[in-house]
Design a protein. Structure first.
Length: 220
């Protein structure tokens, strides 16, 4: 059985639980494990939080994630992705990276709707470095804190739906990428509210991680 390990760079266990629930629903035939970086900040909002989370992420990569067929960094900023790849003996994906790849595979011009303003430069930088800038219509901050998004109140859902609609109607996006791991449990509700094609990085990474694990193991 393929073993996929999701590492949540922040210290919020509830978010890890939601991430794992999504991935397990997508991959019923795989073993999906979730690890929480208890040494990280409660939520990653900007580069300083990301930098603070990396040592704990790498400790998990070298320790508890050993024996994985693939590892997924479950923060939309792809926190510590390059460092984790250097430390791991299996494929390592990020949920941000996986979402952009999925949009490209679908041939859709996309916008990202994320949490707070300080997250936007990090996301833009990742998009540019990974070669997807030509497909990106916009990166929009909802102004919502990560942990508020994770809690998923009605007000949060309405705000995110409004921002998603603006990305479609104002920015010309054919799809919207959910730019926070805390949005994974909200995807179906937000899709019903907006009618927009939504790409969840947790779902995208689940599908792509199995493919990557198969290739790394010598599969075709």
């Amino acid at each position: 059985m393929t073993r996929i390990v999701y590492i949540n760079p922040n210290a919020t266990q509830a978010m890890t639980d939601d991430i794992v629930a999504t991935a397990r629903a997508v991959l019923p035939g795989a073993e999906v494990v979730g690890l929480t970086n208890s040494a990280g900040p409660p939520a990653i909002e900007g580069p300083e939080d990301g930098d603070a989370a990396i040592p704990g992420v790498l400790a998990l990569v070298r320790g508890a994630a050993a024996g994985a067929d693939a590892i997924v960094i479950a923060c939309f900023d792809d926190t510590g992705l390059d460092e984790a790849r250097a430390a791991a003996s299996c494929p390592v994906l990020g949920i941000g990276q996986a979402a952009y790849v999925m949009a490209a595979l679908l041939g859709l011009r996309f916008s990202v709707v994320t949490s707070v303003d300080v997250a936007v430069p990090v996301i833009r930088g990742n998009i540019e470095r990974s070669g997807f800038a030509g497909l990106c219509a916009s990166v929009r901050a909802s102004g919502l804190a990560v942990l508020d998004i994770e809690a998923g109140s009605e007000a949060v859902r309405a705000r995110l739906a409004s921002e998603i609609a603006l990305a479609r109607d104002g920015d010309g996006a054919a799809a919207v990428v959910l730019g926070c791991a805390g949005m994974t449990g909200l995807r179906d509700d937000l899709a019903a509210r907006t009618g927009v094609v939504l790409i969840d990085g947790v779902v995208a990474s689940a599908r792509l991680s199995v493919a990557a694990a198969g290739l790394a193991g010598g599969g075709a």
